[in-house]
Each structure stands twice: as structure tokens, then as C-alpha cells.
Design a protein around this ligand. Structure first.
Ligand code: HSE
Length: 303
């Protein structure tokens, strides 16, 4: 039996659409065990069991894919999933399943496939690399295509910064949130996002919280997704006025990620609560004062 934990992630961070991401200290756990025969999946969520079908289960699909890649045959599999990462909220819960399945299968088969190759496979299963990257490597990550492959660079964000999450009660399907995006963008908008992404990487590395509100601006996806998330642009605008804070849609939403000056945390949380009270939104956000995860997916036990 192998148990792997995989962190939640926040992708895009505003301007870095399908490129930037970061790992958070909220984890899903995946126990995978070889059994005599059959396939068994148990999911524990909110303290209780949740029924689960084996077909289309991303942990199983990903584990099988790794076993195929390395030529490992198994008799049967039992998978136990403990979910802490909220589902359908733009916090990378499906990426945790893909990465959990790949990592556990890698460990169970003693295949020792390097994380760089697991990342390639995970990005192919997920369809884009910006959630699976930080889920595997931790920290904040920059993924980039080279020919047909995905590569990644990962860095520790400055200790002067910390992430906050605004998590609503409602879910949004990534497919729907990608469906509203335009096929083409203007050169002006592309240049705008390149400027913001570049600034954001510098701000995260040097801990320059004063740059975050500007550095997290985006013109490639948030304006198009705004009609799906009432109050989105207004909240981002109001939070952007708080010194030491920047905000963006987390992944495809509907959660929001805020990166803030750690030393101003209490004051900033108060200001965000005030901003939420001032806007008209039917979303009931809960604020989660998180931390960056710097290690990424890891095996925590093996029997
Ligand atoms: N970059 C992706 C998107 C993340 O915004 O659609 C969601 O998985």
C-alpha cells in the first residue's frame, strides 16, 4: 500500500493563462493498494463516504496509464481517496487526482519515473499544464511548451508573501469556463498580459507586494469569464486598491486567489471582508488563509 498527498493549486494567477500556477497547503490523499482481483474505489469527503463509480475515475485512469507506460501488470487495485480540496472551485482538485494516481502507481511499481516525465503525462491527461505542474513540484511554477512537450520551472515564492483564497459555495465546470474564451486575441492584449506576467514573476520572487495588484491584471480570460461569476471584476478592482494585495480568478474559477503582504494579513482580511460587503454578488465567499506548499506531491507512507 502506498499513500500519496497532493496539494491544491491555483492556476493562471491573473495574467499567466495556462502557464503560471502555485501550490497551496490543502491536500487530497490517495492510498493505492494491489489486491487479488477487481477494482475498488472508496472516497471519503466531509468526514463521510461518497459513492464512486470506477469508470472515469481520474486516479484509476492515471494509475493505469503509468502502469502501461512502465509495463507493470497488476491483479487488482484498491484506491482510497480522502478529499480536502474543494471540488469544482478552480483549486485543481482534478489535477490532484491525476497526479495522485501517477505518483502512487510510480511508487507501487518501483518504476522511478522522474517527476519531469510524470508532469508530461499529467499535462497530457489534464489538457493543460498549469495545475498539474505546481501539484507535482510545489512552489510557483512556469510551464512552457517546447515542440510537442511541456516543460516546467518551479520556484519558492518570497516568504514575505502569502496566499488567501475566497471560496464560494457554487461550482463552475472548467469546460464551461473555457468555452466562453475567444479563439483569437489582439496584439495589444497579448502585450498587456506579457507585461503583467513578467512583473508578477519578479514580484513573487522578490516579495514585492506593492506590485501585485498591477501584476495580477489580465485581459485574456477574466473579462470573458466575468459573466459566469457575478461581481468578479468588481471584487478584483476593490481588492486591488488595498495596499499590499493583488487578486485574480483561481484557475477557471469560481474561487479567487489573493496574494498579499504577509505582515499586513489581519488588516487585509478585514479590508477584503469590507469589500465583499460593499459589492453586489450572490456568491457567499469563505476566506481561507492558506500557505504556499513548497514540496508538491509526495509519498507519505508505504507498507
Ligand atoms: N488555465 C486553465 C484555465 C486552468 O484557466 O482554463 C483551469 O484548469
Amino acid at each position: 500500500m502506498v499513500e500519496v498527498i497532493v496539494p491544491a493549486t491555483s492556476a493562471n494567477l491573473g495574467p499567466g493563462f495556462d502557464v503560471l500556477g502555485l501550490a497551496l497547503n490543502i491536500y487530497n490523499s490517495f492510498e493505492v493498494e494491489e489486491i487479488e482481483s477487481g477494482l475498488e474505489i472508496d472516497i471519503l469527503q466531509d468526514g463521510g463516504p461518497r459513492p464512486s463509480a470506477t469508470e472515469n475515475n481520474l486516479v484509476l485512469i492515471s494509475a493505469k496509464r503509468l502502469f502501461e507506460e512502465v509495463g507493470f501488470s497488476f491483479k487488482g487495485l484498491k484506491i482510497t481517496i480522502k478529499n480536502d480540496v474543494p471540488m469544482g472551485r478552480g483549486l485543481g482538485s482534478s489535477s490532484t487526482a491525476i497526479v495522485g494516481g501517477l505518483m502512487a502507481a510510480n511508487e507501487l511499481s518501483h518504476a522511478n519515473v522522474p517527476k519531469e516525465n510524470l508532469f508530461e503525462i499529467a499535462a497530457e491527461i489534464e489538457g493543460h499544464p498549469d495545475n498539474v505542474g505546481p501539484a507535482i513540484f510545489g512552489g510557483f511554477t512556469i510551464s512552457y511548451p517546447v515542440d510537442a512537450n511541456h516543460r516546467i520551472a518551479s520556484y519558492a515564492p518570497s516568504e514575505k508573501l502569502k496566499p488567501l483564497l475566497l471560496i464560494p459555495g457554487t461550482m463552475l465546470e472548467t469546460k464551461k469556463a473555457r468555452g466562453v474564451l475567444p479563439r483569437d486575441i489582439s496584439m495589444g492584449d497579448a502585450v498587456f498580459n506579457i507585461s503583467r506576467s513578467s512583473l508578477l514573476v519578479a514580484a513573487l520572487l522578490e516579495g514585492n507586494a506593492g506590485l501585485l495588484a498591477t501584476a495580477m491584471q489580465d485581459k485574456l480570460h477574466q473579462p470573458y469569464r466575468a459573466p459566469l461569476i457575478p461581481g468578479l471584476l468588481e471584487i478584483i478592482r476593490l481588492v486591488g486598491r488595498i495596499p499590499g494585495a493583488g487578486m485574480a480568478l483561481s484557475g477557471a474559477g469560481p474561487s479567487l486567489v489573493c496574494i498579499i503582504d504577509r505582515s499586513e494579513e489581519a488588516h487585509i482580511v478585514e479590508e477584503i471582508n469590507q469589500a465583499l460587503a460593499d459589492i453586489e454578488s450572490d456568491q457567499d465567499y469563505s476566506i481561507r488563509q492558506a500557505e504556499f506548499d513548497l514540496e508538491g506531491a509526495r509519498v507519505i507512507s508505504r507498507n
